[in-house]
Ligand binder design. Structure first.
Ligand SMILES: [Fe+2]
Length: 273
């Protein structure tokens, strides 16, 4: 069985700073400790974008030091808060693929996992995959027709009928067209929205994890009107990561809260345990 972990929306800040009142490095430290203690048997970890809060070199240096504590290989890609040139300065330009982006292909346990870099800072929140990336993806899928595929990228690939719908992946139909050429893409997993969702788009299963930063409370559009306006409720947690389990027949994504302020109920409240 293939097992891997996804961390997303880490939003690391330079030393002495907070992000919207939150110590994001401390949250990442908790996530790394949780992964090492609870999921030390994972094959690898993917950090799925918004690694830094504002793409600062000092934030990437702190991130690099922290994720070196992970006991598993780590793959990194970028989100809308990241800065690719600064990231490559700190982590090394050899991390970029032939597309120039932080795209990766990982073959393990009979699966192909493809990581796509949807960061395009000039879009102010939404994301984009270039023609070169879509061509690269098509090639990677064509060479994996004999095995199932899981895709990970920062931006969500369809609208969720919520207040963040204006910053999804640009032209998602182009990506979905390419993905549809493969008969067995089992999940497309994203971060970005700071909320937990699952669904399908044109038959392709997707989900989003809440990630390491604050959570956004979804405000749903109704049948009679648009998404309600006004301030968006944000909560300090949970801090959430995804555990992806892939066996021959299935892919299961567990959303686990490494930071959770909910009380654990006393065992004697459950007569059957
Ligand atoms: Fe984010």
């Amino acid at each position: 069985m293939l097992k891997f972990i996804i961390l997303s929306d880490l939003h690391i800040v330079p030393e002495g700073k907070l992000s919207h009142g939150l110590d994001t490095l401390d949250r990442l430290t908790q996530a790394v400790g949780y992964v090492n203690e609870t999921h030390g048997d994972a094959d690898f970890v993917i950090c799925a974008g918004d690694l830094a809060d504002h793409g600062e070199a000092a934030a990437y240096k702190r991130l690099k030091t922290e994720i070196e504590r992970l006991n598993t290989p780590t793959y990194l890609t970028l989100g809308n808060h990241d800065d690719r040139p600064t990231f490559l300065d700190i982590f090394g330009s050899d991390l970029a693929s032939e597309t120039g982006n932080l795209d990766h292909v990982i073959d393990a346990e009979g699966y192909r996992v493809i990581v796509l870099d949807s960061s395009e800072p000039e879009l102010m929140g939404s994301g984009r995959l270039s023609k070169a990336q879509l061509d690269w993806l098509a090639g990677q899928l064509d060479r994996a027709m004999d095995r199932p595929v899981v895709i990970v990228l920062h931006h969500n690939i369809t609208k969720f009928h919520v207040q963040t719908d204006f910053i999804i992946l640009e032209e998602p139909e182009a990506l979905i067209d390419v993905v549809s050429r493969h008969p067995d893409v089992r999940q497309v997993i994203s971060g970005h929205v700071h909320m937990t969702t699952a669904g399908t788009v044109r038959g392709i299963p997707f989900c989003t994890l809440g990630g390491g930063h604050y959570s956004i409370e979804p405000m749903l559009e109704s049948r009679s009107g648009p998404v309600p306006g006004g301030p968006v409720p944000r909560r300090e947690g949970p801090g959430q990561l995804a555990v992806v389990l892939c066996d021959e027949a299935s892919v299961v994504v567990h959303m686990e809260n490494f930071l959770d302020r909910h009380l654990v109920l006393a065992p004697d409240l459950f007569g059957w345990s």
